[in-house]
Design a protein around this ligand. Sequence first.
Ligand SMILES: [Zn+2]
Ligand SMILES: [Zn+2]
Length: 147
Amino acid sequence: MPTAGEQEFTKLLRDRHVRVTPNRLTVFRAMQKSSEPLTVPELAALVEESGLNTATLYRIMETFTELQITHPVLQDHQNVAYELREPFARHHDHLVCRQCGKTFDLYDCRLEAALESISDEQGFHIDFHQMELHGLCPSCQKSTPHP
Ligand SMILES: [Zn+2]
Ligand SMILES: [Zn+2]
């Protein structure tokens, strides 16, 4: 039985006249299982059995991002990870540690409310936002002397 997310995924692809291929389904399932944003090499390791190469994975991520199934999460100036976005995952922002590279999910309604009211003041309607806040996580702060 496909999960609710898979049904939604299949429907979205069909509505946009994009074929539901076994490769696309494999990648979607791997992303659903992951609790963290995934880079293409990380994704490649997860779906190794299916023999998907990174070139194919980059193309799939491009398609998914275009279709608004995933969005890119900027980890640093050269690393981009991907994760599912609404309706496949609940909206959240991220804290990214520059030392250990971990990404922490940030679900904070105060932040969301502040963004709403700031954009309202500007008469601007936000369709989508996603933030990465960069710095040091609690455990890396302990092991790194402060400048
Ligand atoms: Zn947010
Ligand atoms: Zn850290």
